[in-house]
Design a protein around this ligand. Structure first.
Ligand SMILES: [Zn+2]
Length: 197
């Protein structure tokens, strides 16, 4: 263990889909608008769900986050993906590099995404002051320690820096439910990040 340790919030992201407007139009009909159910950071959880088609006739319903993005993508945990017969690669959100193909089905149509589904890398949204204190920049990796009855250290937690001007003084780690449940992070919702070895 080297140097400074920073206390952070630990939160879980459930499986979700981001859509571009043209795919939303195909799935739900021309000019369809996502309705807000609740805010989620800069995004929002919509009231709409889409069917994600896996293998051997398996599929599941999945929440759609708004607002629409430039490209459609599907983020699952490994357990969520395996439940419908898929085994997508790890990836960074928003990049659409080497994602696995997947089909979405809505009430009005279906969309095939050649680069569609991936498992999001664990990451931390570090506030500016915490980033300065740790001496890290965008894309660096940190260790995350969870103190629980099943104490866990997560390596390679990707750093995303919150801009200096944002009125944020907390840092939030985003895990998927496999990681969140395995480490029992849900009991305290707290972890500690360090630069690691
Ligand atoms: Zn995040």
């Amino acid at each position: 263990m080297s140097g400074k340790e920073i206390k952070v919030n630990v939160q879980a992201s459930g499986r979700h889909v981001h859509l571009c407007q043209s795919d939303l139009d195909i799935l739900f009909g021309e000019g369809y608008i996502l309705e807000k159910k609740k805010p989620l950071g800069g995004d929002f959880l919509s009231t709409s769900k889409v069917e994600v088609i896996g293998k051997d006739g398996k599929s599941c319903l999945c929440s759609i986050l708004g607002p629409c993005r430039n490209i459609s993508q599907v983020e699952f945990s490994i357990t969520e993906a395996r439940a419908i017969g898929l085994n997508p690669p790890l990836g960074d959100s928003g990049k659409n590099e080497n994602y696995a193909p997947v089909t979405l089905k809505g009430p009005k149509g279906t969309v095939y995404l050649e680069q569609g589904i991936f498992v999001a890398k664990r990451h931390v949204h570090l506030c500016w002051n915490h980033a300065q204190a740790l001496g890290v920049t965008e894309g660096d990796s940190l260790d995350l320690r969870i103190d629980s009855e099943r104490p866990t250290v997560f390596k390679d937690v990707k750093v995303r820096i919150i801009p200096k001007e944002a009125p944020v003084h907390d840092s939030d780690v985003h895990l998927d439910y496999d990681e969140y449940n395995a480490s029992e992070a849900f009991r305290s919702g707290i972890g500690y990040v360090t630069k690691g070895e």
